[in-house]
Design a protein around this ligand. Structure first.
Ligand code: ZN
Length: 159
């Protein structure tokens, strides 16, 4: 169970919110954080299309106002992939994200077969970094920067 949940920034990845949770929680080990978030230490967070979101919901602090729909729509890459999928297909991807069937997500979106390259690392915009450090005193991973094939920050036109 999480004792608090960092308020997600605009366009922040859920992955990044969970990362900030880890830093602020004071947990020394990642396993302790995994237990807080998922109720078990055998689940690892994934950057773009995370699964086990129902478990995250179950472990959010008492009195939170977040919904599954809100987190998936605003803090994962789901809407960007779903826009290019037939709706039944998209619905199945969402089901996999909510439940424990994460392994099938990538096959379902067909990215394996596409020519768009997967990211091998997280991307960031140096100008966004400056603004965030100034405004928030901390940094976060932006969703829009992680979309496969997107190499320029849409806000600053920075590579
Ligand atoms: Zn930027």
């Amino acid at each position: 169970m999480m004792t608090f949940f960092p308020v997600p920034y605009k366009d922040e990845l859920l992955y990044s919110v969970l990362g900030r949770y880890h830093v602020r929680s004071g947990n020394v080990s990642i396993k302790a954080t995994q237990k807080d978030i998922y109720g078990t230490d055998s689940i690892t967070a994934i950057m773009d299309l995370p699964s086990h979101i129902y478990r995250i919901m179950e472990n959010l602090p008492v009195g939170h106002n977040y919904s599954l729909e809100y987190l998936i729509t605003n803090h994962t890459l789901y809407p960007f992939y779903a826009a290019f999928l037939p709706s039944e297909h998209a619905a199945k991807v969402k089901e996999s994200m909510i439940g424990s069937d994460g392994g099938s997500i990538y096959n379902r979106i067909g990215l394996m077969a596409s020519s768009v390259k997967f990211n091998h690392y997280f991307k960031f915009c140096p100008q966004c970094v400056e603004g965030e450090m100034y405004n928030h005193g901390e940094l976060y991973w932006h969703r829009v920067h992680q979309i496969p094939g997107v190499l320029v920050c849409p806000e600053h036109n920075t590579i």
